[in-house]
Design a protein around this ligand. Structure first.
Ligand code: BES
Ligand code: ZN
Ligand code: ZN
Length: 489
């Protein structure tokens, strides 16, 4: 689908009027009523512009086949535009023709062009990638299709730029959703590595992939320990770097948990919902997406992305509870539970990025604990940080992008719970409380006193319920959040 931004009237026979429930609604409806030859009272009676409310007018005027009125509710925020447009286009895509006109000018909605285009582009995504009888869903999401967006003259240039950005972000979010939704036999550490290599080549950032032998040479012992039970698909360590700093900008380090499938290892999980553990690389997905978008949008940042990636499997050679392992930092870890594997691979990722790159800011993202879901449910990811300024900035961007966060404490009150009798630290507290926090205290042990670090526990957010699939599916959580964070910095 091609997007044309225009100040002229569209020739498309299907047009959409998005409308906000505000003091201008009656006037806007009167104008539409006049345009389509209906009475203003009828339209005002039948359409209240509630969020996601739609009204279709068929053949109301000669030459026009369909006019859709699309409600945005009262005082919609940026994220509401993404939601309403994604939902409308997803649910109507079977019926939508090749040419559509979208009138933003009437209600003066040009400022939200980025979000509107983002939502429209995201609506193309379908989860049935492995079905053998693929049917084409409508004509709108095809190469020949054209979406004409009508804006006011003075908004032409900015709307063009915004549409480009909204489309670019959706394209990467869709690639990440496809990756997170990919089943365990289609997605393993080497596949993440290939994704990074291809993305780096296409958009222009450096990618280095360390295989299991090179990981050993580097001393990534915690990552390799988790990977021991996976004989077919060995661990990889992915290091990506994009440097576009000429003048202002920051050096930011991102670390993403890349467990491509988490069986729990010898501390095996119950089988109910274990299939969801194909999404245990959602943190890696967010980091891959942010790297790709930083380069694609040519953001002024020096960005480093590190992904320790492995499966967590059961095997005769697999890591056993009670083992004491080493790590990249040199610190020893007592493994109490092999299902607390995410923090082991992150320990190496965090220590590595701190030592080799010294970023000003370090952010890690991980589907780390079920306990975080117990605390916050599916509405917000857990945020744990040793820096108030960074935490507040992330909280704010979380609200703006709809990828919400809620802060949990990182007080030293929880530190002793991770003390081990036999090693420097253990990977699981014996007290069955505050699991998301003690996990973060474990990670903190490996950042070597870095003073500007944030940990995002995205266990409940990377893979979730939506109107776009019957089962849970990927959300690309974090891609938009990180990109917005980088754009602001
Ligand atoms: N990958 C899981 C966490 C998770 C749970 C992600 C649910 C998404 C949805 C993690 O590796 C894990 O298994 N955590 C355990 C830790 C436990 C052994 C202390 C958990 O949270 O149950
Ligand atoms: Zn686990
Ligand atoms: Zn896991």
């Amino acid at each position: 689908m091609k997007i044309n931004i225009t100040a002229n009237n569209t020739a498309a026979k299907t047009i959409i009027f998005p409308l906000v429930d505000n003091e201008k609604l009656a006037e806007n409806l009167s104008k539409i009523a006049k345009h389509v030859g209906l009475s203003a009272e009828t339209l005002q009676q039948d359409f209240k512009a509630g969020a996601k409310e739609t009204l279709v007018l068929y053949g109301a005027i000669e030459g026009l086949e369909k006019v859709y009125l699309l409600g945005l509710g009262k005082a919609p925020k940026a994220i509401d535009f993404v939601k309403v447009f994604r939902s409308f286009f997803y649910n109507s895509k079977k019926k939508l023709p090749k040419n559509i006109g979208l009138k933003l000018k009437l209600a003066g909605l040009e400022a939200f062009t980025e979000q509107i285009v983002n939502g429209i582009c995201l609506a193309e995504y379908e989860v049935g990638a492995y079905k053998t009888d693929v049917k084409r869903v409508g004509e709108f999401y095809t190469e020949e299709a054209i979406l004409e967006i009508q804006v006011a003259d003075i908004c032409l240039e900015s709307a063009e730029k915004s549409a480009e950005i909204g489309q670019a972000i959706a394209e990467t979010q869709t690639r990440i959703m496809t990756l997170v939704d990919a089943p365990a036999n289609y997605k393993y550490p080497q596949k993440l590595a290939e994704f990074a290599l291809e993305s780096g080549k296409k958009y222009g950032f450096e990618v280095k992939v360390y295989d299991e032998k090179q990981c050993l040479e580097l001393g990534l012992h915690a990552l390799l320990a988790v990977g021991r039970g996976s004989t077919e698909n060995p661990a990889r360590f992915i290091v990506m770097e994009y440097n576009n700093l000429s003048g202002k900008g920051k050096k930011v380090g991102l670390v993403g948990k890349g467990v491509t499938f988490d069986t729990g290892g010898i501390s095996i999980k119950g089988s109910a919902s274990m299939s969801y553990m194909k999404s245990d690389m959602g943190g890696a997905g967010a980091v891959l997406g942010a790297m790709e978008l930083a380069a694609k949008l040519k953001l002024s940042v020096h960005l480093i992305g590190v992904i320790p990636t492995t499966e967590n499997c059961v095997d005769g050679n697999a890591l056993k509870p009670s083992e004491v392992i080493s790590s990249y930092s040199g610190k020893s870890i007592e493994v109490i539970d092999t299902d607390a594997e995410g923090r082991l691979v992150l320990a190496d990722g965090l220590a590595y990025i701190k030592k080799n790159f010294e970023p000003e800011i370090i952010i890690d993202l991980a589907t780390l604990t079920g306990n975080c879901i117990a605390a916050l449910g599916y509405a917000a990811a857990g945020l744990l940080s040793n820096n108030d300024e960074l935490a507040n900035q992330l909280l704010e961007i979380g609200q703006e992008t709809g990828e919400k966060l809620w802060r949990l404490p990182l007080w030293d009150d929880y530190k002793d719970m991770m003390n081990s009798d036999v090693a420097d630290i253990k990977n699981l507290s014996s007290a069955p409380v505050a699991g998301a926090i003690t996990a973060a205290k474990f990670l903190e042990f490996f950042i070597d006193s870095h003073a500007n670090w944030a940990h995002l526990d995205i266990a409940g957010l990377a893979f979730g319920d939506s109107e776009f699939a019957k089962m849970k599916s990927a959300t690309a959580y974090g891609v938009n959040l990180l990109t917005a964070f980088l754009r602001k910095n």
